[in-house]
Design a protein. Sequence first.
Length: 328
Amino acid sequence: MGFWCAAAVAVIVAAPVQAIAQAQDYPNKPVTFVTPAAAGNSPDVVTRVVADKLTQLWKQQIVVINRPGAGGLIAAQAAAALPKDGYSIYMTQASTYTVLPIQQEGKMPVDLHKAFVPIGMVGEQPIAVGVNKDVKANSVAELVKLANDNKDGMLFAATNRGGQAHLTGELMRERGKVNMTFVHAAGASVSINDVIAGRIPIMFEGLAGMAPGTQGGGIRLLGVAAQKRLPNVPDLPAINETIPGVVSSGWIVMMAPAGVPDAIIQKLNKDLRAVVAEKDVIERFQQLGTYSRDLTPQQTDEFMRNEEKLWWPIVRQVEAEAQKPAAK
C-alpha cells in the first residue's frame, strides 16, 4: 500500500473515532437553543424546563433565544445558519413543518429537510374540544349528532386560522362528517369568552389554554385529540374513540443543523430522553398540557413526516377556502 493510500485510510478510520471522542466530551461549553416560541408561552416554558434540566446534567449553561414571527420562518432561518457543531440547537414547533411549507409553497427560503436533522421528541400538546356549559351534548358522539341535526350546523372557535387548534376542528369536521364552521378569534382568551358567553358553542384548544374556561365551569371538555386517554385526565375520552383518526397536537421537537456528527446527535437524544422521563418533568409537563414520547432520532423523523402527510392536504384546503371571495 502506497503512502498516500495509507494516509487516506488513516483519515477515514480517524474520522469516526474523533466524532465519538467529541460526543464523549460533549458539551464542554455553553449551548444555545433557538425557538420560534414567544417568551412566556407554553412551548417556551416547556423548552426552558428541558434547558434547565440539561444544564444540570451537563454542568454547562444553556441560553434560550426566542425568535418568534412569520409562522416560524424567522427561527428556522436563524437556526439553519448556526454552526454545525452540536452547540446550536433548534427547538422547532409543529406549525413550521405542517403549515409553513404550504403557506410558503414554492417560496420557502430554507429547505427544512436538508437544513436540519431530528434529535428527539420534547413534547406534544394535544388539542381538546370543549363546549359551552349549556350545550346539550355530553360526549363527542352527542355533539356530532347535535351539529348534524341543526340545518345551519354549529360554529367552532379556535385561536388562529391555520393554527393547530383550527386544523383539529377541520380534521374532526372532515373525519366525522360534522356540520360545523370555523370562527376566527384573536387569541385563546377571546375564544374562551365567546364560548362562555354562548356566542360560539364549540372551542378547540390545548388543555392548558382551555383551563381558564374549564376551571370556572363555563366550558365543559368532551374529548382530547390524543392517541389514547391521557394519564392525568383518564376520564376525558380520546376523540379517536368516537371518530377514528382525529389525533392532533402541537409538538416541540429538538433538532440540529444538518452536518452535526451523528455521535453527538445520539448523545443529545439519549440525554433528552433521560430528562423528559424524570418524574418532576412529567408532572410539570402535564400542568402545561404536554406529554413526551420516547423516540429515537429515526422515529422522530418518521413521526414528523407522517404529520406532514396528514396535515398538508388539510392546510391546502384551509388556504384555498381563505382565498374564496366572501359571500355577499
